[in-house]
Design a protein around this ligand. Structure first.
Ligand code: DGJ
Length: 783
């Protein structure tokens, strides 16, 4: 709910309050963002107002009439440089007289009982079950006006913010930065958690105390990037998974972004985020305007976990849209790690048949099906099927795959072109590069100039034809480059600072058109793995390939870290072969499944060449996944005991909406010798209900125990001998059985799992738990 109480604005969600007021000088003073508090009339906000009586030292006065404060030491909602404040500005622009000082002051406020979409960018929306309203504050600086838009999504505890600059004057202004949001917190021991990384190493969580100076996070790759995800957290030093103050911030944007957390000379903490001002400069002509992406803010006093659950609900309900929003996603097989570029119809059909046998629902043909694409040096841009590989074309293959009882999906990379392609040879003016200069290339490809509307409409049409050419149920939309030599041959010289933003707007336009025209297709975002895992993409595609790294141990960490800001229904995760193609690590197949099962689970391995035992394990996995899929994909997700708490242990729980069912995972990386007693701590159960706690029952190959077989066998067995192998074919070692009936509150206090193997023998009461082991655990209400 949004209320105006004279000069005061109060934005309430179910559990949070955000408040600010108009200063006597016209700027907006930020008063409070935190746990919900009672403010019924303007005077109730008095404790939140700083009591300034005079300006100290060499602070500047805004004007002669207001001698009691300086903007440098006020908590502000929107700041600029030149009238006293010397901290991170939200706006920077150059006026036609060359001056760069801005002075935006309050002129108007409007409250709407709805949430409007942004005009030029994807934005959050309110489905029926969410109460949303919007506050538009208009600030004025001569002929320029600035709209600060605040949208409140009550049930999800989220407030979004965006800003719009309008040039109502006669002369153009050059906008050098316009961030989406900014607010100033009172002094406290804050820390910032960011998620940095690289290709195949996305989402490495780092927490940095902010005691002085400024912490800057940003992307310069032209995309939201694996180098630094736009999601970040600001929390108190004492905040834990379950307790303490935590702010979560994200941006609905897929281009270069920028986040700053600055501690002022007076200890106040300014949090800002928006489009990266580096390599950005926008000319705003008379009558024109510029709108920023929406920033997403949430707060929880229930620690990182509470903050994540707010974000998850918001992303699931108010970002993801379309037919697939709440629809269970199919189990797929993807051809990439099975065959890379070396595909042909018979190979693909073999893979599809094997996939069908184990219960896969969707067959995805990855890169390599078009033009002369045998490696990454050619053919991007030429989206015609390679008939040598697929003699019946896309529809021929799709029909055969459908005939096997599988849906059919394809890979595309519409934003790119290889220099070795007919498209580039015909339209060299359609790429982003600087005429007459050498181009610094990545993956042998160039980026199409989506600033140019002709390129957008051409490629939209090409994709439209591809999607119509066969019975296509799924599309993996890839984007494998970061930007260099940023230059659009379509834009004039004085608008080259607009390229990166206009590019992403062009891409959004194409995504918007195609997802609207093909509502049944399940689209999956991808950018060399997770180089564009962000809320902008999620406004079009309900799921994103989180990383090219399919190693289960890396994935356990990365998926834990993604889960701080993103729900599991957005995270695509595959079981692949071992040794793993990215790390050469060998992990148990059951562990690879346990980790992938907590996302949108798929397979990415050559099922046609796998051992029978592995195939029957995979068949069981897929059966199990289908049984619990709704809870795993759309349940409420909890982390317990993260790597920081207990070295190398990951615990996840996903609880169904009605709390009748929960699925857990307990994984450890390396065995700590003689630490046999592990506890699993489920969360989110109904404390008053009795649950049945069980585990995924396993059986083991005796060869996993090596020559320990001789401690039990009546005759001596030489390891790896014929006899050893023969025994292994007939004798399986039973895994442990968990079987407890107890109330939710007792279970949530921690469940002692069966004792793990600790060099003292083994029977069915012992948990086989070597390096990289994981166990799936189940809880269901027992009536
Ligand atoms: C990068 C993606 O992340 C991979 O999954 C695969 O689709 C390749 N591109 C294909 O070129």
């Amino acid at each position: 709910m949004i209320r105006r109480l004279n000069n005061l604005f109060v934005l309430d969600t179910a559990d949070t309050t955000y408040a600010f007021r108009v200063l006597p000088t016209g700027q907006l003073e930020h008063l409070y963002y935190g746990k919900r508090i009672r403010i019924e009339e303007e005077a109730d906000a008095m404790p939140l107002v700083e009591q300034h009586a005079f300006v100290s030292g060499n602070l500047n006065l805004y004007d002669k009439e207001h001698t009691e404060f300086s903007l440098e030491d006020m908590r502000l909602e929107m700041s600029s440089y030149g009238k006293g404040d010397i901290r991170e500005p939200m706006v920077e622009l150059i006026k036609s007289d060359g001056s760069m000082t801005c002075d935006f002051t309050f002129s108007d406020a409007k409250i709407l009982e709805e949430k409007r979409p942004l005009a030029t960018l994807p934005s959050a929306y309110a489905p029926e079950e969410i109460h949303a309203s919007e506050l538009i504050i208009t600030l004025q600086d001569e002929a320029l006006s600035m709209e600060l838009c605040y949208s409140v999504f009550e049930e999800t505890n989220v407030i979004t913010r965006s800003a719009k600059l309008l040039n109502n004057g006669q002369d153009p202004v050059r906008l050098e930065r316009l961030l989406s949001m900014q607010f100033d917190l009172d002094p406290a021991n804050y820390q910032v958690t960011c998620f940095t990384g690289a290709w195949a190493r996305e989402m490495q969580k780092k927490t940095v105390p902010v005691e002085a100076g400024k912490l800057l996070l940003s992307s310069m790759t032209g995309s939201s990037s694996s180098r630094c995800n736009p999601f970040f957290m600001v929390s108190k030093a004492e905040t834990t998974e379950e307790n303490g103050d935590c702010y979560g911030c994200n941006l609905i944007y897929s281009g270069n972004h920028y986040e700053s957390v600055e501690v002022s000379s007076y200890g106040k903490v300014r949090v800002s985020s928006g489009i990266n001002p580096t390599q950005f400069s926008f000319l705003i002509g008379a009558g024109e305007s510029f709108e920023t992406p929406e920033a997403v803010l949430t707060f929880s006093a229930e620690g990182f976990g509470g903050m994540s659950r707010n974000m998850h609900a918001f992303v699931r309900k108010c970002i993801v849209r379309g037919r697939w929003k709440e629809k269970e996603r199919p189990v797929l097989i993807n051809s990439w790690e099975a065959a890379y570029f070396d595909i042909n119809e018979s190979k693909l059909l073999k893979l599809a048949k094997a996939a069908k046998e184990v219960g896969v629902e969707l067959f995805v043909m990855d890169d390599g099906w078009f033009g002369k694409r045998d490696n990454d040096t050619s053919s991007l841009g030429d989206w015609t099927v390679n008939e040598k590989k697929l003699p019946g074309g896309l529809s021929g293959l799709a029909d055969k795959i459908n005939g096997l009882g599988l849906d059919f999906g394809i890979w595309v990379e519409p934003e790119m072109v290889n220099a070795d392609s007919d498209l580039y040879r015909t339209h060299p003016e359609w790429t982003i590069d600087i005429p007459g200069r050498d181009h610094s290339e990545g993956r042998n490809q160039r980026i199409l100039d989506f600033c140019n509307p002709k390129v957008v409409s051409y490629m939209t049409d090409v994709m439209r034809k591809v999607f119509k050419s066969a019975n296509i149920a799924y599309v993996k939309w890839d984007m494998n480059r970061t930007f260099t030599d940023v230059y659009s041959k379509y834009l004039p010289a004085d608008r080259q600072g607009e390229v990166l933003h206009r590019y992403i707007m062009g891409v959004y336009e194409m995504m918007g058109t195609l997802t609207t025209e093909f509502p049944e297709i399940l689209f999956e975002g991808c950018a060399a793995g997770g180089n564009r895992f962000d809320l902008g993409i999620l406004c079009y595609f309900p799921q994103i390939w989180a990383s090219d790294d399919t190693d289960a141990i890396y994935r356990a960490k990365a998926q834990t870290n993604y889960s701080y800001g993103y729900p599991m229904s957005t995270l695509s995760a595959h079981v692949s072969n071992c040794p793993n193609h990215q790390t050469l690590r060998v992990t148990p197949l059951a562990t690879r499944f346990a980790v992938a099962a907590f996302g949108i689970c798929g397979y990415e391995c050559n099922l046609a060449e796998m051992k029978g035992a592995d195939l029957s394990e995979i068949k069981k996995q897929i059966n199990l996944y289908k049984k619990y899929r709704k809870t795993l994909q759309f349940g409420t997700f909890y982390r317990s005991a993260c790597a920081e708490d207990i070295e190398g242990i990951y615990q996840w729980t996903s609880v169904s909406e009605d709390k009748k069912e929960a699925v857990g995972m307990f994984l450890h990386t390396l065995v700590q010798p003689n630490t046999r007693l592990h506890m699993y701590r489920p969360r989110g159960l109904d404390p008053t209900k009795k649950y049945h706690f069980t585990n995924r029952e396993m059986e083991y190959d005796i060869r996993e125990f090596g020559d320990l077989i001789n401690t039990a066998a009546p005759i001596h067995v030489k390891p790896n001998s014929l006899m050893h192998n023969a025994i292994a074919n007939f004798v399986k070692m039973p895994g442990e059985t968990e079987d407890i009936y107890a109330y939710g509150d007792a279970l949530m206090s921690g469940i002692h799992l069966k004792e793990a193997f600790g060099a003292t023998g083994y029977d069915e009461r012992t948990r086989h738990f070597p390096d990289f082991a994981a166990r799936l655990l189940f809880l269901s209400i027992h009536d």
